[in-house]
Design a protein around this ligand. Structure first.
Ligand code: TNX
Length: 650
């Protein structure tokens, strides 16, 4: 690094002289970028450096963002001055995010130069706004955070069995009581556009339509009652009736009017074949049209739907269940394990990778980060298998192994057909167990890791520094996920000391919470038991487990200080356990007791009453779910114990 700026008085300005940055435009102001700069760099943004920002953007774009927009930029930081050059508005926006991140750091080199461009064109977040409703201000906050992470697609899963969040003028009875007005969606689209983020709507069909059929039963086969349960429902559209396609034409036209994006997501996931198989009229229709299976029928539905979508001048996206040898051109979103990506490419379909990026599974950030959307299938399968061995996922490994059945039909891809490619990927946050109040810890805790995977080069893999970089991102995101966790736990009436102890716990992983023990075991045994699931749409999400981040940050901090301080690092934890303050909420108490047992094992080990090996074994035996809680502090303590030089002979 060039040290020439060290003597520049501006770079070493004392804090009391920090003012707003000065902006300078070379050749014409790009209003969108100028607006973003002024939003980012306000007196409230707590900048630690006084700066002069000079922008040069060659081509200003006036329309909404689109797939393939040029997001490249260069940024030079030289002793208090930032010079940004970008070919387009989009690169200018990304440069603003980088400048903001850079300048939020306390320590800066006096000089640096960044040449930057995204690796993938599609860097999205799929947010399920159907199972739980997220009001417009929350969505705007999500877009704001995504922009800082240089993401560019917010995919809104607008409809599902439980609710329909889009108001279609053509079919007014579809919208649930809680839905977005046209004006709100336009506001969202406009804000996305201001930040270079496309809003892609999803209307999920022909399954996941229970709610639709409560309003328009004539589009299905049987009457249905509203549902507040999760899991696959039998309700399905009737793909043999023309009235259904006429209705969908109107509906998608209404959607296209509000959302300018080139793509519309048509769903297509988890279609229960029961209704179709049981209907004489449908089986007759299949026989008449030479369809051998309900997959063929689903593909017929997709063909009709894609034709409607194209008729509206739009392109279709659908979940990977739509894979079929005769499928129409459709961007495929992979979610059922890693192998559906290559099945899509083999069929000549472009693909989005999502399977490794499910944020609702409560996995640690590094697990997501390890997956590269373009890596060869064999190495991805290996990673999937390795995660079954990951000690942090052991408690759900049996359930995760169940997903190996998704590998059926996997292909050995030699060359994608017709130049099909991976356009990028999306993190997915399904909201059965997420509402606006629990969103910040669920989303921001790990989204930056996926965002970096989708933006940065494949060679960027420093897992060691990942958590430091995450911390840097959280400082700029609102709300900070761990501050939010503290606040919400305090809101439950818990004391500081209790919150300190709780912060070493995590919610259990995979679908452990959503399925509950009974339904989880039934699923593993091949007998799905939706009626045994513990949660419904109406179950309040207000217990400690709902506010705890998926990954214990206190455990990370502990891991670091163990390295420096050794046993002393454990003292705050151990003293908190010793004067374990009660009372505890019933659901938390067993996990807190487990922390007591952890403390007892550590005490025995420190006094040489137990060997390090015995202590590690005992700790790992304690590392299991206590209800919905997992003592997240155990793996780092075991790692530290095992790394101790004196372990031999003990
Ligand atoms: C499967 S992922 C679904 C969603 C659920 C999710 C979590 C996908 C395309 N479909 O309907 O929310 O599992 O249970």
């Amino acid at each position: 690094m060039d040290q020439q700026g060290d003597s520049d008085p501006q770079a070493s300005d004392p804090a009391d002289e920090l003012g707003l940055p000065e902006f300078e435009w070379i050749e014409g102001v790009d209003l969108r970028v100028d607006d973003y700069l002024r939003q980012l760099f306000t007196p409230a943004s707590g900048l630690r450096h006084r700066v002069h920002i000079c922008m040069e953007i060659t081509a200003q774009e006036s329309g909404p963002p689109y797939l393939g927009m040029d997001e490249s930029y260069s940024l030079t930081w030289n002793a208090g001055r930032v010079l940004v050059r970008a070919a387009t508005t989009w690169g200018g926006l990304r440069a603003c995010a980088t400048a903001y991140q850079l300048l939020s750091h306390a320590e800066l080199p006096s000089f640096c130069r960044i040449e930057d461009q995204p690796r993938f064109l599609w860097r999205g977040l799929c947010l399920d706004v159907a199972r739980h409703f997220f009001p417009l201000p929350t969505l705007l906050q999500v877009v704001e955070g995504m922009a800082l992470l240089k993401m560019n697609v917010l995919h809104l899963h607008l409809t599902d069995d439980q609710a329909f969040r889009f108001a279609s003028p053509g079919w007014p009875a579809l919208a649930s009581e809680q839905h977005y007005s046209r004006q709100q969606l336009e506001q969202l689209v406009a804000f996305g556009s201001a930040r270079g983020i496309r809003i892609v709507p999803e209307i999920d069909m022909p399954g996941h339509v229970n709610h639709w059929l409560t309003a328009y039963p004539e589009w299905g086969l049987h009457p249905v009652a509203p549902t507040d349960r999760f899991g696959v429902h039998p309700a399905c559209l009737d793909p043999t009736r023309e009235v259904v396609y006429r209705a969908l034409n109107v509906l998608l036209q209404d959607v296209a009017e509000v959302f300018p994006d080139e793509y519309i997501h048509l769903g297509g996931d988890e279609v229960s074949p029961d209704w179709w198989q049981q209907s004489e009229a449908i089986t007759q229709f299949m026989a008449d049209n030479g369809m051998a299976s309900t997959q063929d029928l689903a593909n017929y539905f997709l063909q009709r739907l894609v034709a409607i979508t194209q008729g509206l001048g739009r392109k279709p996206v659908a979940w990977d269940e739509v894979l079929h040898p005769d499928m129409p051109t459709c961007l495929v979103q992979n979610w059922r394990g890693v192998t559906t990506r290559d099945q899509a490419l083999q069929l000549g379909q472009d693909c989005l990778v999502s399977a490794p990026f499910y944020l609702d599974l409560n996995y640690p950030a590094d697990v997501h980060y390890a997956f590269d959307p373009s890596a060869d299938q064999q190495s991805q399968i290996l990673l999937e298998d390795q995660s079954l061995e990951d000690v942090r996922l052991q408690h759900v490994a049996q359930g995760m192994a169940w997903t190996r059945m998704w590998r059926e039909g996997a292909v050995d891809l030699v060359e994608p057909l017709g130049g099909a490619s991976v356009l990028g990927g999306e993190a997915c946050l399904w909201s059965e167990l997420v509402d606006p109040d629990t969103l910040p810890t669920r989303l921001w805790s790990r989204l930056p890791a996926v965002a970096e995977r989708l933006w940065s080069s494949a060679s960027c893999r420093q897992i060691d520094h990942l958590y430091e970089r995450l911390e840097g991102c959280w400082e700029t995101l609102s709300p900070h996920p761990y501050t939010h966790q503290q606040q919400r736990l305090a809101g439950l009436g818990l004391s500081d000391r209790q919150i300190f102890l709780l912060s070493f716990l995590e919610p259990i992983k995979w679908y452990g919470r959503l399925l509950g023990e009974e339904a989880l075991l039934a699923r593993i045994a091949g007998r799905e038991m939706p009626q045994a699931r513990p949660y419904r749409v109406t179950t309040p999400l207000g217990r400690a487990v709902d506010f705890l981040a998926p990954e214990s940050w206190s455990a990370h901090v502990l891991a670091k200080s163990l390295k420096h301080l050794g046993w002393d690092a454990l003292e705050p934890l151990r003293s908190a356990v010793r004067d374990c303050p009660g009372p505890w909420p019933d659901d938390v108490a067993p996990a807190i007791q487990a922390l007591g047992a952890v403390n007892a094992e550590l005490t025995a080990c420190q006094r040489n009453d137990a060997s390090i090996k015995q202590c590690c074994d005992a700790l790992l035996a304690l590392y299991r779910p206590y209800g919905e809680y997992l003592p997240g502090l155990i793996p780092p303590i075991v790692d530290w114990l095992r790394s101790r030089p004196d372990q031999e002979g003990r």
